[in-house]
Design a protein around this ligand. Sequence first.
Ligand code: 13P
Length: 255
Amino acid sequence: MSERKPLIAGNWKLNLGGPEGCELAHAIAKTASANPKVEVVVAPPFTALASVAETVREAGGHVGIAAQNLYPKDSGAFTGEISAPMLIAAGCQWVIIGHSERRQLFGETDDQVREKTAAALAGGLLPIVCVGETLEERERHETLDVVYRQVDAFLPQLEQAPGKVVIAYEPIWAIGTGRVAGPEQAQEVHHAIRSRLGRSPGRVADLTRILYGGSVKGDNASGLLGCVDVDGALVGGASLKADDFSKIIQAANAL
Ligand code: 13P
């Protein structure tokens, strides 16, 4: 039995910034309490973090709160940015870093991902760092080259805090497309990432949770989560509705 507790995280992206986020969080908190073998996290937009955190606290606190990004300085003249201490003050324990949408739409680089991961850990947040290849890269058989490069960028931070940094493998061609990676495809890359971590000292490879993300739904979750190197899921679209997200949590709890 793996010592890595399954983690199901919902990335709300640019959705549910108002009271409807609290309603969803309330329902998810109930599901989380009923499925104690699973660690559950939700990632609302910045503006909803504090109110969702409060909702979860009132409901018994079995849901972690993640931001979707952070700025790697604590304070200063950085108009429009949000720091790790601010996220902690808003009630976060987690932060998603290097999502492919940030890399592709906002030009985030591997160096910035490393800086943000370091800032998250220094500020007391648990990072969920995303990696994954484009369709073109997969077709050129470059999947592992790309994923190794992205993981190597924050390997020092991962080694510094074994078990604290979570990796999310999200093949870009599977995000929001309904085109999910099959369990064998996911397992192949997850196994490759864990083998790469096997070069690190200590128990980094054993302790690091590797989530799969990309069109995870209630009806495909069991197959993906049943793979030995898949330790949970980072869910987009299906995390926006209580019933859909609950099915994924239940699938993880039933393993
Ligand atoms: P979908 O589940 O909508 O494909 O999104 C995945 C994702 O990007 C989670 O971060």
